[in-house]
Design a protein around this ligand. Structure first.
Ligand code: KG4
Ligand code: ZN
Length: 335
C-alpha cells in the first residue's frame, strides 16, 4: 500500500512516500529563516511551506513511484501545530485526494511521532510504554495497540523541548535550542551546578520544567554575561542533566507501575545524546528493551505521518474532506 505523507505543522516542510513500513522517500526542508528571530514566526512558516510544498512533492514522486495514480492514500498532519502552516499541507493534501479520487487520512502529529518507531524497528510490537518528548509535548503513554492509548503522565507546564529551547534563548544560543545545548554539553561538567528537579504533587508521573528554566534565568542574572560565556558548556551540561534526570525518574517509575518490558522514545528530544545514553543504561540494567527512532524520524518528518496514515487505512479509517486544521488538537487517552 503506497501512502503519500505531508507534514507542515511547524517549521519543517516534509513529504514522504511509504510502502507499508518501507520508506521510499522522506524529504525534509527545515526552515532556517526563523533562526534570526529566536523562534518560529508563524506567517513566515506558512509562506515557506507554500513555496516549498509543490517542488518537494514533485521531487519525491519523480524519484519514487513517478506515477501519481499508484498512490493508495494521502496522509496529512491536521494538528497540533500552527494554523497557517497546517492549512498549507492540509489544503494541498485534500486537493490531491480529490484530484486522484484517493482516500484522505487526517493524522494527529503526536500519534505520528510514536508511530515513527515502527518504521525502523521491525521487531517492535504492542503493548509498550512510550515517552513522547517534543517541542510541544511531554507525555508518558501506555500504547496498547494502534489507536488505544492511556496517558499516564504529562507536563503541567513547559514541554521538555521547550525547556531546552528556552534555556538556549536565556544563554543566547539560538534556535532550536535542543541540538545546540546537546552539542555544547558534550564538553561540559554535569555537576557544575545542581539545577532543581521538580516533583509534581498529585500524579507522580507528571512533569514540570518551568521552575528549572526560571532557576537558570536567575542564575544568569545573578552571575552576569561574562561568567555565562566562560561557563557555557558546563551550564549546558548541568541543565541538560536536570531535564534528563526528571524524564528518567518518571519514565522508569512508570515502567515499574505498568510492568512493561518495552520502552519507546519518540519526538524531537529523543534525539538528545545524553537522554539516549542514560535511558539505554537504565533499560539494560532492568532488562527492558529500549527503542528509539533514528534522528531523521525523531524530529518532524512526513514518513511518520505517511506510516500512521497507512495504519489508519489498514484499519479502514479514513477522514472526511471537510476536516479542519486543529492547532490545539489533543492527544488523549482513548479508554
Ligand atoms: O518533535 P519535534 O521536531 O517538533 C515538535 O513536534 O515539537 O521537536 C522539536 C523539539 C525542539 O524543542 C528541539 O529543541 C528539540 O526537539 N530537540 C532536541 C534535540 N534535537 C531536537 N532537544 C534536545 N536535544 C536534541 N539533540
Ligand atoms: Zn513534532
Amino acid at each position: 500500500m503506497i501512502i503519500l505523507g505531508i507534514e507542515t505543522s511547524c517549521d519543517e516542510t516534509s513529504i514522504a512516500i511509504v510502502d507499508g513500513r518501507k520508506v521510499l522517500a522522506n524529504v525534509i526542508a527545515s526552515q532556517t529563516l526563523h533562526q534570526e528571530y529566536g523562534g518560529v514566526v508563524p506567517e513566515y512558516a506558512s509562506r515557506e511551506h507554500m513555496r516549498m510544498i509543490e517542488p518537494i512533492s514533485r521531487r519525491v514522486i519523480d524519484s519514487t513511484i513517478k506515477d501519481l495514480s499508484k498512490i493508495d492514500g494521502i496522509a496529512v498532519t491536521y494538528g497540533p501545530g500552527l494554523m497557517g502552516a497546517l492549512l498549507v499541507g492540509l489544503s494541498f493534501g485534500k486537493g490531491l485526494a480529490v484530484a486522484l479520487g484517493k482516500p484522505f487520512l487526517a493524522v494527529n502529529h503526536v500519534e505520528a511521532h510514536i508511530m515513527a518507531n515502527f518504521i525502523v524497528h521491525s521487531d517492535l510490537d504492542y503493548p509498550f510504554l512510550c515517552l513522547l518528548v517534543s517541542g510541544g509535548h511531554t507525555m508518558l503513554v501506555y500504547v496498547k495497540s494502534f489507536g488505544r492509548y492511556k496517558i499516564l503522565g504529562t507536563s503541567v507546564d513547559d514541554a521538555a523541548g521547550e525547556a531546552f529551547d528556552k534555556a538556549a534563548r536565556i544563554l543566547g544560543l539560538g534556535y532550536p535550542g535542543g541540538p545546540i545545548v546537546d552539542r555544547l554539553a558534550k564538553s561540559g561538567r554535569k555537576d557544575f551546578h545542581v539545577f532543581p528537579r521538580a516533583r509534581v504533587k498529585g500524579n507522580e508521573l507528571n512533569f514540570s520544567f518551568s521552575g528549572l528554566k526560571t532557576s537558570l534565568l536567575y542564575l544568569v542574572k545573578r552571575k552576569g554575561e561574562s561568567w555565562v560565556q566562560e561557563n557555557l558548556a558546563d551550564l549546558c551540561a548541568s541543565y541538560q542533566e536536570a531535564v534528563v534526570d526528571m524524564l528518567l525518574r518518571n519514565t522508569f517509575r512508570a515502567v515499574e507501575m505498568v510492568e512493561c518490558d518495552k520502552l519507546v522514545l519518540a519526538g524531537g528530544v529523543a534525539a538528545n545524546s545524553r537522554l539516549r545514553e542514560v535511558f539505554r543504561r537504565n533499560a539494560e540494567d532492568i532488562g527492558v528493551k529500549l527503542y528509539f527512532p533514528v534522528l531523521e524520524y525523531c524530529t518532524d518528518n512526513a514518513a511518520m505521518v505517511a506510516f500512521t496514515g497507512y495504519e489508519m487505512l489498514r484499519k479502514g479509517i479514513t477522514s472526511p474532506l471537510d476536516i479542519p486544521a486543529v492547532p490545539a488538537l489533543k492527544f488523549d487517552s482513548t479508554e
